[in-house]
Design a protein around this ligand. Structure first.
Ligand code: GLY
Length: 338
C-alpha cells in the first residue's frame, strides 16, 4: 500500500483494512454515506466500543450547531482522551470532525476516511478544519491533523457525477499552479478514469510538499487557495447553497484567470476554461451585488491590512501572489455582474 507522511498524519492509498484501537471510537458521517458505507467501516473497526453519529449533510449545515451536536454526542458516549473520532464522508464531514476532535477535551485523535474525490485530493489532508459562519466560509477553525487518512477509490464508485466533477476542480487547481504534466493528463478523460488513484496520489503529493514547507499558511500554502477567494465569496453570496464547494472554486478560477490575464500576463485562460468545461464544471456566474461581494472578499483569511491577496497563475505550472488595486478587483466584479 502506498503511503505519504505529512506532519503527524500517515496517508494510506488502497482498500480499507482492519483498524485497531485501544480506546473507544466515534464514527461521524452523513445520511447518504451512512447508507452505503457505515456498516462496512464499522465491521473493520476493532475497539472496546464503537459509536456512530449520522448528520445531515450539506455546506449549509457546516456550522456551530452541528459542531455542538457532535461534541454533545461525544460527551454522551463518554469519549475520553484515548478515544478517536473517525470522519467518514466528504470535505464537510472532515472539516467538522477535525474541528470537533481538536476541541473535545482540548484535542483527541481523529482519522479521515474521505468518500468524495474532493476530500481525497485535498480536504482530508493538511490539518485545516472549520465551520462556516454568516460572515463567511471556514472563518472559524483550527489546524488539527488527522493521525491517519485512508484513501480508497472504492468509495468513488458510488459518487454522483456532480460530486466527482467538483473534486476535479481541486485537481485542476493543483495542476494549474504546480504541474503542467498533470494539467496535460487531465485533458484525457479516459486516462483520468483509468488512473484515478495515481491522479489522487499526485494531487496529495503536491499538497503535502507545500504543506510541509508552510503548515500554518504563513505564505506559500495560500497558493492552494487559487480560485478560492472568489469561490468563497460566491458560496457566501449563495448562503452556502446551490453550489458545491468545487463548483464555486471552478468559477472562482475563471474569475481569477480574468484578473490574471489583466495584471499578470496570463495567456492560458482559455485552456483552463476548456479543461473545466471538459469536466462539466460551471464556469459562469452572475454576481448579484458587486458591492456586497467586494466586501465579503475582505473577510478572507488571506487578507492582511485590508489588502486582498490573490493567487494568480503566470503560466500553467507557475503562479505568484498579488495584492491588486481595488479598482482592478471592482472591474472584474462588475464584468461578472452583467
Ligand atoms: N485546501 C487548501 C489547503 O488545505 O490549504
Amino acid at each position: 500500500m502506498q503511503t505519504i507522511h505529512l506532519h503527524s498524519s500517515t496517508i494510506f492509498f488502497g482498500e480499507p483494512e482492519e483498524l485497531v484501537f485501544d480506546g473507544s471510537v466515534l464514527i461521524i458521517t452523513e445520511k447518504n454515506v451512512a447508507s452505503l458505507y457505515l456498516d462496512l467501516i464499522s465491521q473493520k473497526i476493532k475497539a472496546p466500543q464503537v459509536f456512530s453519529l449520522v448528520l445531515q449533510g450539506g455546506e449549509e449545515n457546516k456550522n456551530f450547531q452541528t459542531l455542538e451536536q457532535i461534541l454533545h454526542f461525544a460527551f454522551a458516549c463518554k469519549l475520553d482522551r484515548k478515544s478517536t473520532m473517525i470522519a467518514l464522508g466528504g470535505g464537510i464531514i472532515s472539516d467538522l470532525v477535525g474541528l470537533a476532535s481538536g476541541l473535545y477535551m482540548r484535542g483527541i485523535d481523529f482519522y479521515n476516511i474521505p468518500t468524495t474525490l474532493l476530500a481525497q485530493v485535498d480536504a482530508s489532508v493538511g490539518g485545516k478544519c472549520g465551520v462556516n459562519s454568516p460572515f463567511g466560509k471556514n472563518l472559524i477553525g483550527l489546524f488539527h491533523h488527522p493521525s491517519q487518512v485512508l484513501i480508497s477509490p472504492l468509495f468513488l464508485k458510488s459518487l454522483p457525477p456532480r460530486e466527482f466533477n467538483a473534486g476535479m476542480a481541486e485537481v485542476i487547481k493543483m495542476a494549474v499552479c504546480f504541474s503542467p504534466e498533470l494539467f496535460e493528463k487531465l485533458f484525457d478523460v479516459s486516462y483520468v478514469q483509468n488512473h484515478l488513484l495515481e491522479i489522487i496520489f499526485q494531487s496529495i503529493s503536491i499538497k503535502a510538499n507545500i504543506v510541509s514547507q508552510d503548515e500554518r499558511e504563513s505564505h506559500l500554502r495560500s497558493a492552494l487557495n487559487y480560485g478560492h477567494t472568489f469561490g468563497h465569496a460566491i458560496e457566501k453570496e449563495q448562503n452556502f447553497q446551490n453550489f458545491l464547494h468545487g463548483e464555486a472554486v471552478s468559477i472562482g478560477m475563471v474569475m481569477a484567470n480574468t484578473l490574471a490575464s489583466k495584471i499578470a500576463g496570463f495567456q492560458e485562460s482559455s485552456q483552463v476554461l476548456s479543461l473545466l468545461k471538459l469536466h462539466n464544471l460551471p464556469t459562469s456566474y452572475k454576481i448579484q451585488n458587486p458591492d456586497v461581494f467586494f466586501q465579503s472578499l475582505f473577510l478572507d483569511k488571506k487578507t492582511q491590512n485590508q489588502q486582498i491577496k490573490f493567487i494568480l497563475p503566470l503560466a500553467i505550472g507557475s503562479f505568484d501572489f498579488f495584492y491588486p488595486p481595488v479598482e482592478e478587483i471592482k472591474k472584474i466584479l462588475n464584468e461578472f455582474a452583467k
